[in-house]
Ligand binder design. Structure first.
Ligand SMILES: [Zn+2]
Length: 234
């Protein structure tokens, strides 16, 4: 490289790229955080749904209990009525109703026992599932913690990179720097300053003219690729 100014600009570019990479990494963090939080929310929803289905079974059971209680009240009422009736026929009709109610109670109690087994295994399954889910939530929370560490590290290195960049810019020649900044605005994505290799620009990989190639070899003032406008050097 024949131009010492280019060497200084290359240092600026290295610092620029480093800082941009850090900023890119930082800008990705909120999305990562959202993704972890969304996973946690989905897991919590799954726990809640499992809890609700166990609760629904409990409600079913307590409904059966109240059905039994009201049937028992009914039976008591029939028995009291039996004490008052005069005719055998009426008495027998009440007996039939009592028997019917008793048989309903026994059906309900049978179903309730089955339901209790169902509730027990649902509770067991729920506890197992809950533990797995909670472990997964802890895992996501750990990742969120790591993300916070990463953010702090990136912010620290961003500070260093900014001061390195500012030092490198201070060392570079103002005219070259001005052109470098102009090219940076134009090209948008680094590298802004690239070597010519085998008469091709390393930025766009297209052939540069003989004139540009010659100017870049001589040095002394900035040269630009004919195709992509990047600053070039040999
Ligand atoms: Zn080019």
């Amino acid at each position: 490289m024949s131009d010492p100014q280019i060497e200084k600009l290359l240092q600026v570019q290295i610092c620029d790229m480093k800082l941009q990479k850090i900023e890119q990494d930082l800008s990705r963090l909120p999305k990562e955080l959202d993704a972890y939080r969304a996973k946690i929310a989905a897991e919590q929803l799954a726990i809640e749904q499992a809890r609700q289905s166990v609760a629904a079974l409990e409600v079913q059971r307590s409904e059966m209990d109240s059905q039994v209680t009201s049937l028992e009240t009914e039976i008591q009422r029939f028995r009291n009525q039996q004490l008052e009736v005069k005719k055998n026929e009426e008495y027998r009709a009440l007996t039939a109703q009592i028997e019917l109610a008793e048989s309903s109670i026994s059906d309900l109690e049978e179903k309730e026992i089955e339901l209790m087994f169902t509730i027990d295994s649902a509770k067991e399954a729920f506890e197992e599932q809950k533990q797995l889910i909670e472990a997964r939530i802890r895992e996501q929370e750990k990742l969120i913690g790591l993300l916070a560490d990463k953010e702090q590290l990136l912010k620290d290195s961003s500070g260093t990179a900014q001061s390195d960049l500012s030092d490198a810019r201070d060392r570079a020649g103002p005219e070259y720097l001005e052109q470098y900044d102009r090219v940076a605005k134009l090209v948008k994505k680094p590298p802004y300053l690239v070597a010519i290799k085998s008469q091709k620009c390393s930025g766009c990989h297209l052939r540069v003219s003989n004139e540009v190639s010659h100017m870049a070899t001589v040095g002394g003032e900035p040269s630009y690729c004919d195709q992509c406008a990047r600053m070039v050097y040999m």
